[in-house]
Ligand binder design. Structure first.
Ligand code: G1P
Ligand code: ZN
Length: 539
C-alpha cells in the first residue's frame, strides 16, 4: 500500500516567523503539502518509534491536508499519530500533549490569525520534541530540502474517520484520536485557582469571550461556562467554521469589532476577551478599557504570587524586542531574569527549557508561560480572571494601579501592508546603513541615545539572530522597525512606538506618540518610499 510518487520542487516553501504560511490556493497546488511534509520527514529521519501530534484550527483545507499528512506519516514509518477529534487541536493544546507525553513533535495546521477560506491563508507549524516550533536552523534545513525534493511516500488507503475517538491503524502506524479539550482543561485546573474564579462568577461577575468562529470555542465553553459557571452565552462565535464565518480571527482593536463595541457600551460585561484562529493569541478588555498586550505581560508578571502554580516563585521573564519595556521594570522590581528576543515564540523555547524564564510575551497579543512552549490565549484569560477573583478589582483598576506603581509605557504599532518586497527590503537596508549616523542626533526634544539593529545571541544554543532595527531615545522612548515574517504575499512594514511616562498616566496613546510617529516615518522615509500616507493597521 505504500507508494513512492515523483514530484518536482516548489521554490517558496520557506518557514517564516511561525511555520509555513501561504495563500490557500498556493497550498492547494499539486503535491505542495506533500513536498513540504516529506521534506520535514526526510530532515527528521529515522521515524521508527516516533510519535507526533496532529491537528489544526479547522480552517478551509484542514480536512484535506490532515488526511495527506496521516497517510504520509504512515508511509514514512512514523509509529504513532495522536490526532485531535475531527482534526481539531489548538496550538497550546497541541504543545501540551507533546510536552506532557514526551512525544517527538507535532504538526498544527493553521495560519494563526490570518483569514481562512479558499481565498484566505493556510499554514503548517512543525513543532519538535520541545513542544515548540522548530528552531530556525531546522527550518532552514527543511527549506533547503524542499528545493531538491524528487519524491514522496504516501500510503494508498481510504481516508481515516477522524470523528471516532480511540485507536485505529493505517499501514502499520497506530492512530489515536483524542478529545482535543480534556488534557488542556486539566492543565488549566492545575495552574489556576478555579474555586476562586467560580466564586467570582457565582457572585454575578460577567464576561464575554469571543472565539471568533475559530478553534477555541469548544475549549472556552467547557472552561468558562461549564466548569467556572459563567452565564450561558458568555462565549460567542463558539463554533469553529472553515472560513471563520468571514471574520478575520485576529483578536485586536480592529478585527474583534463586535467585542470592542460591546465592551465600550453601557451593556458591557465586567470582562471581555478574544482569541485568534489557533488559540494562542489573546486580547484583554474591561468595561470601556483595553489592556495592551505589553502591559498585560507586565501585569501578569507582577501578580504571579496570586496564582497557585507560580506562587512559590518564578524564573525570569522574556519579551520580544519590539514589545514595550513595561515588563522590564517589573522584572527589575522582583529581581528576576529578564530577556529580549527576536519576534517569534520559538525564541522563548530555549529560555524556558533551561529554566531561565517562566513567563514571556509579545506585543502581538501573545502571552504565555513555561507550562507549554507556545503562547496560550485561554491561559492569559484565566490569569486575568484569577487576579480579578483574588483582588476584587476591575481590569481598569488593576491596570491603573500598575501604572501608578511603575509608570506607563504608551505603546502602539503601525503596519504598512502590501508593500512590494523590493521597496520594503530596500527601505530596511538603507535605514540600517543610516543608523550609525543617527547616534547622538536630536529631533525636537527627542535625543537618540542608540540606533542599531537588534541582534540576539541565544545563551543556550549560541545562535545569533538579527531581527529589526531599534532607535532608542534618552527619555526611554523607542522606535522599532521590522518586516513581518508571517504574510502570505508582499511585505508588511511594522513600526513599533513606545514612550515612557511616570507623570501623565491618562494620556491618549495616539496623542502621546504623535511626535515619535512623525520622527519614525521621517527617518525611514516611509511615506515617500511606500507611497502610503498612513498605516493600514494600527494596534
Ligand atoms: C507576527 C507577530 C509575532 C508573532 C507571529 C506569530 O509575526 O508580530 O509577534 O509571533 O505573528 O503569531 P510577524 O508577522 O510580525 O513576523
Ligand atoms: Zn495564532
Amino acid at each position: 500500500m505504500i507508494q513512492t510518487i515523483q514530484t518536482t520542487p516548489y521554490a517558496d516553501q520557506k518557514m517564516g516567523t511561525a511555520g509555513l504560511r501561504k495563500k490557500s490556493k498556493v497550498v492547494m497546488q499539486k503535491y505542495y503539502i506533500e513536498n513540504f511534509v516529506q521534506s520535514i520527514f526526510d530532515v527528521i529521519g529515522n521515524l521508527k518509534g516516533k510519535t507526533y501530534v496532529l491537528g489544526g484550527d479547522g480552517r478551509f483545507y484542514n480536512d484535506i491536508a490532515i488526511q495527506k499528512i496521516i497517510k504520509m506519516a504512515a508511509a514514512n514509518g512514523v509509529s504513532k499519530l495522536v490526532i485531535g477529534q475531527n482534526g481539531f487541536l489548538s496550538t497550546p493544546a497541541s504543545s501540551n500533549i507533546i510536552l506532557k507525553n514526551k512525544l517527538d513533535g507535532g504538526f498544527v495546521l493553521s495560519a494563526s490569525h490570518n483569514p481562512g477560506g479558499e481565498n484566505g491563508d493556510f499554514g503548517i507549524k512543525y513543532a519538535n520534541q520541545s513542544g515548540g516550533q522548530c528552531p530556525s536552523s531546522t527550518s532552514e534545513e527543511i527549506y533547503k530540502h524542499t528545493l531538491n525534493i524528487k519524491e514522496f511516500k504516501i500510503c494508498d488507503a481510504p481516508d481515516i474517520d477522524l470523528s471516532k475517538l480511540g485507536h485505529q491503524e493505517l499501514c502499520g502506524m497506530e492512530i489515536e484520536i483524542i478529545d482535543p479539550v480534556i488534557d488542556y482543561v486539566k492543565m488549566m485546573e492545575d495552574i489556576f485557582d478555579f474555586n476562586a474564579i467560580k466564586q467570582l462568577f457565582a457572585k454575578g461577575f460577567t464576561m464575554r469571550f469571543d472565539a471568533m468562529n475559530a478553534v477555541t470555542g469548544p475549549y472556552a465553553q467547557r472552561i468558562f461556562e461549564d466548569i467556572l459557571g459563567a452565564n450561558k452565552g458568555s462565549v460567542v462565535n463558539a463554533i469553529p467554521l472553515p472560513d471563520f464565518g468571514g471574520l478575520h480571527p485576529d483578536p485586536n482593536l480592529l478585527y474583534a469589532k463586535e467585542l470592542i463595541n460591546l465592551m465600550f457600551s453601557d451593556q458591557s460585561p465586567d470582562f471581555g476577551a478574544a482569541n485568534d484562529g489557533d488559540g494562542d493569541r489573546n486580547m484583554i478588555l474591561g468595561h470601556n478599557f483595553f489592556v495592551t498586550p505589553s502591559d498585560s505581560l507586565a501585569i501578569l508578571t507582577d501578580n504571579y504570587k496570586l496564582i497557585p502554580a507560580y506562587k512559590n516563585g518564578i524564573f525570569g521573564v522574556a519579551k520580544s524586542a519590539a514589545t514595550s519595556t513595561a515588563v522590564g521594570r517589573v522584572a527589575k522590581a522582583h529581581n528576576i531574569g529578564y530577556y529580549e528576543v527576536p519576534t517569534g515564540w520559538k525564541y522563548f523555547v530555549n529560555l524556558m527549557d533551561s529554566n531561565r524564564i517562566t513567563f514571556c510575551g509579545e506585543e502581538s497579543f501573545g502571552t504565555g508561560s513555561s507550562h507549554i512552549r507556545e503562547k496560550d490565549g485561554i491561559w492569559a484569560v484565566l490569569f486575568w480572571l484569577n487576579i480579578i477573583a483574588a483582588t476584587g478589582k476591575s481590569v481598569e483598576q488593576i491596570t491603573r494601579e500598575h501604572w501608578q506603581k511603575y509608570g506607563r509605557s504608551y505603546y502602539m504599532r503601525f503596519d504598512f501592508e502590501g508593500i512590494s518586497t523590493d521597496v520594503a527590503d530596500k527601505l530596511m537596508a538603507d535605514l540600517e546603513a543610516k543608523l550609525p549616523s543617527l547616534n547622538g542626533k536630536s529631533f525636537e526634544n527627542y535625543h537618540i541615545s542608540n540606533a542599531a539593529p537588534f541582534i540576539y545571541n541565544d545563551p543556550v544554543d549560541h545562535s545569533s539572530t538579527k531581527n529589526g532595527l531599534i532607535i532608542k531615545f534618552a527619555d526611554g522612548s523607542r522606535i522599532v522597525y521590522r518586516l513581518s515574517g508571517t504574510g502570505s504575499s508582499g511585505a508588511t512594514l511594522r513600526v513599533y512606538l513606545e514612550k515612557y511616562d511616570t507623570k501623565n498616566l491618562n494620556g491618549d496613546p495616539l496623542k502621546m506618540l504623535e511626535n515619535i510617529l512623525e520622527i519614525a516615518l521621517n527617518i525611514a522615509e516611509v511615506q515617500t518610499r511606500t507611497g502610503k500616507q498612513h498605516a493600514d493597521v494600527i494596534t
